[in-house]
Design a protein around this ligand. Structure first.
Ligand code: MG
Length: 386
């Protein structure tokens, strides 16, 4: 089968933007810019693999931004953008992809339909890039004064991802001598015809503080609030502690289950899956599968978070109610909140955890087990084009 690889170039130093980190690692609506860019491609059905070109100086930022994504090791970039792309292409050459989409890591908002247009155009053309027509009248200025009006007819603003048949662009990049500003220019210099497909206004390249604000506003306007609920029960059995929200709490019994029986993490995982409309925990991790025997429930939760991240979603808030007579949870509440917040990458004010009894009534009242209900409030990109 023909493979299509997205090569995301994130090796730039972003000197035009003030701040302690390159622009692709700046925060945008709760996630680093690069995480948004990468998530768009990881989630796209026409993209088989995603490879990233980075700067080794940014290793810590890179890990922080993408640690939970399933990605091959990043490729080390070069001194210029062109050198970085060349390193990336060389690194994936052994995989013999049919198509490659080269994307600027500093463009966080890539509509899936735009990616599809580029991939589809490569069936008929060796190269295709998204672009928008220039609608404003263009002026050439000199010393703050117009020196001429430039004819805008036939002018386009080039965006990324720029798509190519792999062999053609690899050869063109290896042969390129002068430093060109985009990959289409490398193709043009090699005589490769480049097709234009429709770009998207929101596919903005972050170069200034204003761009970050603009994209942040756009994301807020384009996001929907989705709420999911989760409920889980585990029964008590012999043991000396219960595990709740990843915290071990001493008790004269333990919770019984196929995994580590962390009933809080199970309910929260189901709440997140519920908000995503992505089934339930049993569907993703069947209890009949011996792989999950005694499993750390953290991995169930992180899987749900990964599915959410792949959809460019983020958690706005988690609310948990633990229902039991014993153990008393008040002394452990802060530790449980901190643990849950840590796993979800949230601040503690975004995680609520309450405990209640049922006044001695029902199975929790009789001390037969612990029930937990959880609500997850997610901000997800509005459905449709993005
Ligand atoms: Mg369970």
């Amino acid at each position: 089968m023909d493979t299509t690889i997205a090569l995301i170039v994130a090796a730039g130093r972003g000197r035009r933007l003030p701040g302690d980190r390159p622009k692709q690692y700046r925060q945008l609506a709760g996630n680093p810019v690069l995480r948004w860019s990468v998530g768009s491609f990881l989630a796209h059905p026409s993209i088989d693999r995603v490879h990233i070109v980075f700067n080794r100086e940014d290793e810590a930022l890179y890990s922080e931004a993408l640690a939970d994504f399933d990605l091959p090791s990043p490729v080390e970039g070069g001194a210029t953008r062109q050198a970085s792309v060349r390193s990336g292409l060389a690194a994936i050459a052994a995989l013999s992809p049919a198509k490659v989409l080269i994307h600027d890591g500093a463009r966080p908002i890539v509509p899936p339909a735009l990616i599809e247009r580029v991939v589809a155009a490569l069936d008929d053309s060796p190269a295709a890039i998204p672009a928008l027509p220039v609608n404003d009248t263009l002026k050439r200025g000199s010393g703050g004064v117009i020196s001429e009006t430039v004819d805008r007819a036939g002018l386009w603003r080039a965006q990324t991802p720029q798509g190519f048949r792999f062999d053609a662009i690899f050869e063109a990049h290896m042969a390129a001598t002068s430093d060109l500003t985009d990959d289409a220019a490398v193709a043009e210099a090699a005589g490769i015809p480049v097709t234009l497909v429709d770009g998207a206004e929101e596919n903005i390249k972050i170069t200034s503080e204003d761009d970050l604000t603009r994209v942040g506003r756009w994301l807020a306007a384009a996001s929907e609030t989705c709420v999911g609920s989760g409920f889980d029960v585990h029964r008590f059995g012999p043991g000396d502690n219960v595990r709740l929200a990843g915290v071990s709490i001493p008790h004269d019994q333990s919770l019984i289950g196929h995994s580590d029986a962390d009933v809080v993490l199970h309910a929260v995982t189901d709440a997140i899956l519920g908000a995503l409309g992505a089934g339930d925990i049993g569907e993703h991790f069947p209890p009949s599968d011996p792989a999950w025997r005694d499993a750390d429930s953290r991995q169930f939760l992180l899987h749900a978070v990964e599915l959410m991240a792949a959809r460019n979603g983020r958690i706005a808030h988690i609310d948990v109610t633990v229902i039991c007579e014993r153990p008393k949870l008040a002394p452990h509440r802060a530790a449980m909140v901190a643990s849950l917040a840590g796993m979800l990458g949230l601040t503690a004010d975004r995680v609520s955890l309450k405990a209640t009894t049922t006044e001695g009534l029902g199975f929790t009242g009789r001390g037969e087990g612990i029930a937990v209900q959880a609500t997850a409030t997610l901000a997800l990109p509005a459905s449709g084009d993005f």
